[in-house]
Design a protein around this ligand. Structure first.
Ligand SMILES: Nc1ncnc2c1ncn2[C@@H]1O[C@H](COP(=O)(O)OP(=O)(O)O)[C@@H](O)[C@H]1O
Ligand SMILES: [Mg+2]
Length: 400
């Protein structure tokens, strides 16, 4: 029996754990303790911090694992890279992981390799005079923590009067002693899921993003296919391929965030793992297979077929249109009631509540404040989106 070590026990690792179990893989889960749904699904649990390389390596050695993997989070990616390097396991390298989990390293890598990205500066937290360093960047600006995710520590800044407050928000959301300031790109945000194995890109699936506009953008839903003209699609693929090569990403899923401005694709960031917010599900539904299975097989060094479920090569697959949206609360409070009044419908693929009545939830502000999700599909994208709205209308969550 093969053994996999899954880092993280949260909502975005649950389907990975479930799939591993279904595939007959011995599933070990490591995560900090907490009320995480993945613990009870695993064959074995270690309550350790997934960023603690020494502890995770010791577990990997003791358990003689065949692979180590996560989905939907960047937090553990660096540990995965290090453990893979040390033990010679299949997966991304420490070098690639270090670039993919530090927005400064990533942007520097893009700049050096001709990947289109917003103009930026590195700022030290101990630099009192940092305003001068960014005086040649055009407003609005984004102040960014280099090592957080889910839009935490990402602040849009419209004038110098906002600098210090923004810097403090970043400081609260980082372990680093520097941050990034970059120009805000006014345009349409979208993304792509992709996979690279053996140095070859196996598929690129662009997707539309639904963005919650708070203090900054927060992706709260997605849809595929995402219509791009042939020129724009070519440019997107070109930027993505260049970025993947420059970052040295291999043997991993790819989660890419882009902004389209004046017909040109700007790379916001690229992660060496599959996306959160129902993005692995988007891939699965679109291609007609279980994407988690492909991710696990790659992590275990087994052969993987990335053709669509019906055997069509990924780049020629028509794909099943689908759409998703997070459930959110408009206030801090306690869930009093939650009802899903949707009829059984094969096009409503999933309605998930993350919490139970009585649980405390937060007013939605960043990704981790989600309280559930809905995923739909349809014969056309319009039908999938229409179904999504219908399904959302039939869900009642009362928070007081
Ligand atoms: N340069 C930018 N221009 C416009 N919007 C941006 C820019 N950088 C970030 N954003 C917005 O902030 C969100 C989060 O930023 P991102 O760099 O992707 O960090 P995270 O790791 O938290 O996802 C993006 O999804 C986007 O909505
Ligand atoms: Mg992002």
């Amino acid at each position: 029996m093969k053994k996999v070590l899954i880092l993280g026990a949260g909502i975005y690792q649950v389907p990975l754990i479930q799939t591993a179990k279904k595939m007959g893989i011995y599933t070990i889960v490591a995560s900090i303790p907490g009320n995480y749904p993945g613990f009870e699904l695993a064959d074995k649990v270690y309550f350790e911090n997934t960023t603690d390389y020494g502890k995770i390596l010791a577990i990997a050695r003791r358990e003689k694992i065949d692979g180590i993997i996560t989905t939907g989070t960047d937090v553990a990616v660096i540990t995965i890279g290090r453990v893979c390097d040390t033990l010679g396991l299949p997966g991304l390298s420490f070098q690639a992981a270090s670039i993919a989990t530090d927005k400064l390293k990533m942007k520097t890598c893009y700049e050096e390799n001709g990947v289109r990205t917003a103009r930026f500066r590195r700022i030290s937290f101990d630099d009192e005079d940092y305003a001068r360093q960014i005086s040649d960047l055009a407003f609005p600006l984004m102040f960014k923590s280099v090592d957080s995710s889910g839009s935490r520590g990402i602040v849009k800044v419209n004038s110098p009067a906002e600098f210090d407050d923004a810097r403090n928000v970043v400081l609260e959301n980082t372990r680093s002693n520097y941050f990034v300031v970059e120009e805000f790109i006014e345009g349409e945000e979208f993304g792509a899921q992709a996979f690279v194995r053996g140095g070859e890109i196996q598929f690129i699936l662009p997707h539309g993003d639904y963005i919650f506009k708070g203090d900054t953008g927060v992706p709260v839903g997605h849809f595929a296919p995402y219509a791009l003209s042939p020129e724009r699609l070519e440019d997107t693929k070109e930027q993505l391929q260049r970025a993947i090569r420059a970052m040295g990403l291999d043997n991993c899923a790819i989660n890419a965030d882009f902004i389209m401005k004046d017909g040109k694709t700007y790379v916001l960031e690229i992660g060496g793992r599959s996306g959160a917010t129902c993005l692995a599900e988007l891939v699965s539904i679109y291609y007609g297979y279980n994407y988690y299975e492909k991710i696990l097989k790659t992590a275990l060094g087994e052969p993987v077929d990335f053709r669509a479920g019906d055997g069509t090569p990924a780049d020629r697959c028509a794909g099943t249109p689908n759409a998703s949206m997070l459930l959110m609360s408009d206030r801090d409070g306690v869930i009093r009631a939650q009802e899903n009044n949707n009829p059984e419908d094969p096009d409503i693929v999933d309605v998930q509540f993350d919490y139970q009545p009585g649980d405390t939830v937060r007013k939605f502000h960043v990704g981790p404040h989600r309280i559930g999700h809905v995923i739909t599909r349809g014969a056309t994208l319009d039908e999938a989106v229409e179904k999504l709205h219908q399904a959302l209308d039939n869900i009642r969550i009362t928070v007081e």
